[in-house]
Design a protein around this ligand. Structure first.
Ligand SMILES: Nc1ncnc2c1ncn2[C@@H]1O[C@H](COP(=O)(O)OP(=O)(O)OP(=O)(O)O)[C@@H](O)[C@H]1O
Ligand SMILES: [Mg+2]
Length: 258
């Protein structure tokens, strides 16, 4: 299976703070990856770099065998142009912690409009795709509600549908349940779980929900101090982590760890 994402020795600092330190990471096409690690360890930064919201200082990032932050011009590797970044970004969808639906559009319009504006679909095509996605997220009865008329969990499900409507090759989820009231967390995780088991899309999710990560992910990656400390199958990482740092991190979430 091909790698759809590659980080080659990528470094990134904010001022004096080195957030990524020669990070190398490969993600296979279709893989479902869970990123876990302490607060401030750089998980969001990795996703933001992929979304082209954050630049890199050093190294190379590739998406679908093409450089993201660079491009080849006349045999030379140069910094990416805005056009290139836009083209690459269109392959990737992201859902953030904070629901960021357009408040003046209904739920279904939130899912239709980007398809019309960016994918240049006509209204009926966009509507068909949106209806299919509302079915998947279980919100057929709320299509005409405005965001303020939806619960946080419902808004987050619409945000997921909106990102999926663009047919991204890669979906990034950054702690999509952490701003939700506890009783709303499950409905969103169930949608993600359903998606993960039924779709070929490559998915990277940052999460503090270890039970969810266990079910969702093909591979779990524990990240700390700008580097990958350990990566492996959920059944290995969660029951028998090799590294002491992983173990002490997981102990905060899982009581019966070795
Ligand atoms: N734009 C920025 N300017 C300055 N510092 C930043 C910026 N973005 C992130 N940082 C810092 O970089 C570090 C990594 O941040 P990041 O958001 O990637 O961590 P995280 O692993 O997602 O943490 P959390 O689990 O709390 O979300 C943090 O110390 C953060 O304060
Ligand atoms: Mg974060």
């Amino acid at each position: 299976m091909n790698n759809i994402i590659e980080f080659e020795k990528v470094s990134k600092s904010f001022g004096d703070l080195k957030v990524l330190d020669q990070l190398s990471l490969e993600v296979k096409d279709g893989e479902k990856l869970a990123l876990i690690g302490p607060s401030g360890s750089g998980k969001t930064t990795i996703l933001r770099i992929l979304m082209t919201l954050e630049t890199i200082d050093d190294g190379f990032v590739s998406v679908n065998n093409e450089y993201l932050w660079h491009e080849k011009k006349e045999g030379k590797v140069v910094n990416a142009s805005d056009n290139h970044l836009q083209k690459m970004r269109d392959q990737i969808g992201m859902v953030f912690q904070q629901f960021n639906l357009f408040p003046h559009l209904t739920a279904i319009e939130n899912v239709q409009e980007p398809q019309i504006l960016i994918k240049k679909k006509n209204k009926s095509e966009a509507h068909d795709k949106a209806s299919e996605l509302f079915n998947m997220i279980g919100l057929n009865d709320k299509v005409d509600h405005y965001p303020h008329q939806l619960s946080g969990g419902q808004q987050q499900r619409v945000a997921i549908a909106r990102a999926l409507a663009m047919d991204p090759k890669i979906m990034l989820f950054d702690e999509v349940t952490s701003a939700l009231d506890p009783e709303l967390v499950d409905e969103v995780l169930q949608v993600l779980h359903k998606l993960a088991s039924s779709s070929d899309t490559t998915m990277l999710t940052v999460t503090h929900e270890m039970n969810f990560a266990k079910d969702f992910a093909d591979r779990v990656l524990f990240f700390d101090n700008g580097q990958i400390v350990e990566s492996g199958k959920p059944s290995d990482i969660f029951t028998n982590p090799k590294e002491e740092r992983t173990r002490s991190f997981l102990k905060k979430f899982i009581t019966d760890i070795n």
